[in-house]
Design a binder for this molecule. Structure first.
Ligand code: SF4
Ligand code: SF4
Ligand code: SF4
Length: 255
C-alpha cells in the first residue's frame, strides 16, 4: 500500500500548495509512489489518518490550535510547508502592531467578526518532524523531501548561509552593487535564486543556525540604513524568529 499523504492549509496564500500542484506536473512519477488522500486545492477526497501531513500556513487564531492538534493526532509525520508554517512568515509582520488596528485596517467595520492573534509557526502549537522552507517552497527541495520520506528519512536542511551557494554560483554580490541583502544570516537551499537574478535575499528560508544578526546590522548601519529600515527589512520573513529566545526557535535537521 502506498503512503497516504495529505495537505492542509492555515493562514497563507496557498502558493506553496500551488507549487506542489505544479511539481506534480513535472514529476508525475511521485503519484506512482504516494496516495494523496486529502488536498483541498486539488482534490475533493478525504481521509481519517495519514502517513504524512504537509501543513501550509501560520497559526493566527485560537480555533487553529484544535485543528492543528487534530492533524497531529491523525498523522504519523507532520511537515511544515513553506515560510508561513515554518516561520510565521509574512503573517508575523503584524505581530508587533496593535491587532485591533490591524483588524480594523483590513476588515473596517467588520473587524469584530474576525478572530485573530499574533501569527506563529505551527511548531509553536504542535511538534513537527521537519519543514520545507521558502516563500514559496522550492519544488526540487519538495521532491527531494518526499523522496527522503519514502525512504524512511526525514527532510534535512542546509545549516550554512545562503552566501555560500551564492558564491558557488559566482554571482556579483548585491553589496558590491550598492544594495543590501540578508544572505549572510539566511539558511541556504534555494541555490541563491534571488541574487542570481540580481535581487536581494529577503530571508524567506529563515535564519541559519547561530546567525550573527548584530554583525549584519552593523554592516547595514555602515551603509546608512536607518534602524527603522533595518527592522522593516528583517520583519518581512523573520519577525517571529528574531523575537524568540534562541532555544525557542526551531532548529531543523541539518546536513
Ligand atoms: S510561504 Fe509564501 S507562498 Fe507559501 S503560503 Fe506562505 S505566503 Fe504563500
Ligand atoms: S548577494 Fe547576498 S547572498 Fe550573495 S554573497 Fe552577497 S550578501 Fe551573500
Ligand atoms: S534568495 Fe533569499 S529570499 Fe530568495 S528564495 Fe532564497 S532565501 Fe528566499
Amino acid at each position: 500500500m502506498k503512503p497516504q499523504v495529505a495537505f492542509f492549509e492555515f493562514t497563507s496564500c496557498e502558493g506553496c500548495q500551488l507549487t506542489v500542484v505544479d511539481l506534480l506536473q513535472t514529476h508525475p512519477e511521485l503519484l506512482d509512489a504516494i496516495d494523496i488522500v486529502e488536498f483541498r486545492e486539488a482534490s475533493s477526497s478525504k481521509a481519517d489518518c495519514y502517513d504524512i501531513a504537509f501543513v501550509e500556513g501560520s497559526c493566527t487564531r485560537p480555533s487553529d490550535e484544535a485543528k492543528l492538534r487534530d492533524i497531529r493526532a491523525r498523522a504519523k509525520i507532520v511537515i511544515a510547508l513553506g515560510a508561513c508554517a515554518d516561520l510565521g512568515g509574512v503573517n508575523a509582520i503584524r505581530n508587533p502592531m496593535n491587532l485591533i488596528d490591524v483588524r480594523t485596517y483590513v476588515y473596517s467595520d467588520k473587524a469584530e467578526w474576525f478572530d485573530t492573534y499574533p501569527a506563529r509557526p505551527i511548531s509553536a502549537v504542535i511538534p513537527i518532524d521537519g519543514a520545507i522552507p521558502g516563500c514559496p517552497i522550492d519544488r526540487e527541495e519538495m521532491a527531494m523531501a518526499v523522496t527522503h520520506l519514502l525512504q524512511g528519512r526525514l527532510p534535512r536542511l542546509p545549516d550554512y548561509p545562503l552566501c555560500i551557494e551564492c558564491k558557488l554560483k559566482e554571482n556579483v554580490c548585491v553589496y558590491q552593487r550598492g544594495g543590501v541583502c540578508l544572505g549572510p544570516i539566511t539558511r541556504a537551499g534555494c541555490q541563491a535564486i534571488c541574487p542570481s537574478y540580481g535581487a536581494a535575499c529577503e530571508g524567506c528560508r529563515g535564519l541559519v543556525p547561530h546567525p550573527n544578526i548584530e554583525s549584519l546590522k552593523q554592516v547595514l548601519r555602515a551603509r546608512g540604513i536607518s534602524e527603522t529600515d533595518i527592522e522593516a527589512k528583517m520583519a518581512i520573513f523573520l519577525s517571529y524568529q528574531t523575537t524568540q529566545e534562541p532555544e525557542a526557535s526551531v532548529q531543523h535537521g541539518n546536513h
